[in-house]
Design a protein around this ligand. Structure first.
Ligand SMILES: CC(C)(COP(=O)(O)OP(=O)(O)OC[C@H]1O[C@@H](n2cnc3c(N)ncnc32)[C@H](O)[C@@H]1OP(=O)(O)O)[C@@H](O)C(=O)NCCC(=O)NCCSC(=O)C(=O)O
Length: 402
């Protein structure tokens, strides 16, 4: 089965969630991702993240590294650097998610590699970027959720600051990197000249402030937490507690509000001038919301959702992860990957949401994430190295010590 990135090769000094998440989407589209793992520290630290971590691998690692190859290479050694340069000659891009000062120290920026391969794209996803006062700080998702203002917006007013339940800055950073890589590789192929892409989790987090950011910068709006995860300006658009659980309903168009009043059996609310428009409902939210909350508490989630769905009002039960993963829709959308793994047996994980292909086409089968160094010999042979050279490299320690 031909895939759109079958002719793309990326060598990747990636670790943890953010970097590997980005390249896994490109792997799903056919790109060859060669992970370069530092043998002196046991490779990608994601291999050691508990729970379910054994024998140099983990289910965390399996979640972010399907469809990739792994080689061990200590890029700091002279021999390792030579191998790296040989790889760069064959590659479209060098990708990394390392501390801000590390790409320069390791010699993996465009200025270091352009003479070896003028078309090479060097894409770094660091915590804070290569410039600016924070550029050498280490970055993790929660650091950026804190610095980026996200935690000030999440959770109940007056409660402890919260991050989102998932590492969204990491994952969005990965998407940012995947998009940048596609654009830069396209440009390099068209123009014959590569480039640096200096990306960061900080840029990702701050750029995702989107419209509250524009409101603040342009008009002085002060974004704050809202009760029950409400939208900052649309009413009603939030979580409600029903008799037996929680649901969300959002009226981001006037027609949904009009239909909701019918479902709630209070059609007169739509004609009430206090609640007629977005602006009216926002102004009178303290009158409207207690009324709606009291009403919704009188019936079960299922009792409310049935007529809301029938009226095509955007709504949902608030369910747990098991609910999401066992939904027949999840199965129908081909979102579950099943791979065989030597240690963990059948690993079930989540496929990429990125889909390229004709409607209804099968997606290409997916492969388990590789054992550390599983592809070292193959990749070196493809570079033209013979057994003598590979043995010498192994003896030098550049591929790690057994
Ligand atoms: C994750 C980090 C905080 C980890 O910090 P550090 O351990 O201090 O730095 P690094 O891992 O980048 O680098 C450590 C050292 O490894 C060296 N290094 C790395 N790879 C190699 C290879 N292949 N060969 C030789 N040496 C290597 C590198 O030169 C550094 O040397 P020395 O210079 O001698 O130290 C940082 O990498 C970082 O800020 N990354 C960018 C942001 C990011 O992606 N964060 C993780 C998101 S995932 C996440 O938050 C989540 O999953 O949740």
């Amino acid at each position: 089965m031909r895939r759109p990135l079958d002719d793309v090769r990326i060598v990747s000094l990636e670790q943890y969630g953010a970097g590997p998440f980005g390249s896994m989407h490109l792997a799903e589209l056919g790109a060859e991702i060669i992970k370069i793992e530092d043998p002196t520290v046991g490779g990608d630290v994601g291999r050691t993240i508990p729970p379910y971590a054994e024998q140099g691998d983990s289910l965390f690692f399996q979640s972010f590294n399907r469809d990739k190859s792994s080689i061990t290479l200590d890029v700091r050694t002279t021999e390792g650097r030579e191998v790296f340069h040989d790889l760069v000659r064959t590659a479209d891009a060098v990708y990394s998610n390392l501390r801000g000062d590390v790409p320069a120290k390791l010699g993996i920026r465009y200025e270091d590699l352009r003479e070896i391969n003028p078309r090479i794209v060097c894409c770094s996803l660091t915590g804070f970027g290569m410039t600016g006062p924070r550029s050498t700080e280490p970055g993790y998702d929660y650091v950026l959720q804190a610095l980026g203002g996200w935690m000030s917006l999440t959770g109940e007013p007056g409660g402890a600051p919260q991050k989102t339940g998932l590492s969204l800055v990491d994952y969005c950073g990965g998407y940012v990197a995947a998009i940048a890589l596609l654009g830069a590789i396209h440009g390099a192929r068209r123009d014959g000249v590569g480039t640096d892409c200096d990306l960061s989790l900080y840029d990702t987090a701050v750029s995702l402030l989107t419209y509250p950011g524009t409101w603040h910068l342009t008009a002085g709006y002060e974004p704050t937490r809202t009760r029950r995860s409400a939208h900052p300006s649309l009413v009603p658009f939030q979580a409600f507690e029903a008799a037996d659980g929680w649901l969300v309903v959002g009226c981001a168009k006037e027609k949904f509000w009009q239909r909701l009043t019918v479902v709630l059996e209070r059609p007169e609310l739509a004609d009430d001038p206090r609640f007629a428009t977005f602006a009216d409902r926002a102004e009178h939210r303290d009158e409207l919301l207690p009324l709606l909350e009291e009403l919704i508490r009188t019936r079960t989630v299922a009792d409310w959702l049935a007529p809301m769905y029938a009226a095509a009002i955007p709504c949902a039960p608030i369910r747990d992860v098991a609910g999401a993963l066992t939904d027949p829709h999840t199965i129908e959308r081909d979102l579950l990957a099943e791979t065989d793994h030597a240690v963990f047996g059948a690993v079930r994980s989540l496929r990429s949401a990125v889909r390229v292909g004709p409607p209804g086409a099968d997606r290409a089968p997916t492969r388990a994430a590789p054992a550390m160094g599983a592809d070292t010999d193959r990749v070196l042979r493809e570079l033209g190295y013979d057994d003598t050279r590979i043995t010498a490299l192994r003896d030098s320690g550049a591929l790690g010590r057994d």
